[in-house]
Design a protein around this ligand. Structure first.
Ligand code: SF4
Length: 110
């Protein structure tokens, strides 16, 4: 399958999954397109659509926490930002993703 076709397939597969989690694709179409393309490329190389924004470790179990969509593994952090780490997915009520702030998990308010 070509990267372009896989990118479309990933969009189709991810949409219902993130919908159930209260998320949607970012309305920033160019960003979504770029991130999905990176995932399709990574998947072609590794067999898994790993996150394009997080460094993979040598440990497989740790890496499985970075298979897209990784929202369930980082729920509290992403809910606090109202976006996933890459920004591919945002909370359903977000209309302007540029206004969202990305911050490390350690900076979350307790
Ligand atoms: S941070 Fe976003 S794009 Fe990256 S794997 Fe997680 S859900 Fe996917």
């Amino acid at each position: 399958m070509s990267i372009a076709a896989r990118k479309k397939a990933l969009r189709f597969l991810f949409e219902p999954v993130v919908d159930k989690l209260g998320y949607k694709f970012t309305p920033a179409e160019e960003d979504a397109d770029f991130l999905l393309e990176q995932e399709a490329i990574i998947e072609a190389e590794t067999g898994m659509p790993y996150c394009p924004c997080q460094a993979r470790a040598k440990d497989r179990a740790e890496n499985m926490r970075m298979v897209c969509p990784c929202i369930p593994f980082h729920r509290a952090h992403y809910d606090a930002m109202r976006r996933c780490w890459c920004g591919l997915f945002v909370h359903k009520d977000v209309t302007d993703p540029d206004k969202l702030r990305q911050f490390p998990e350690a900076k979350m308010k307790k």
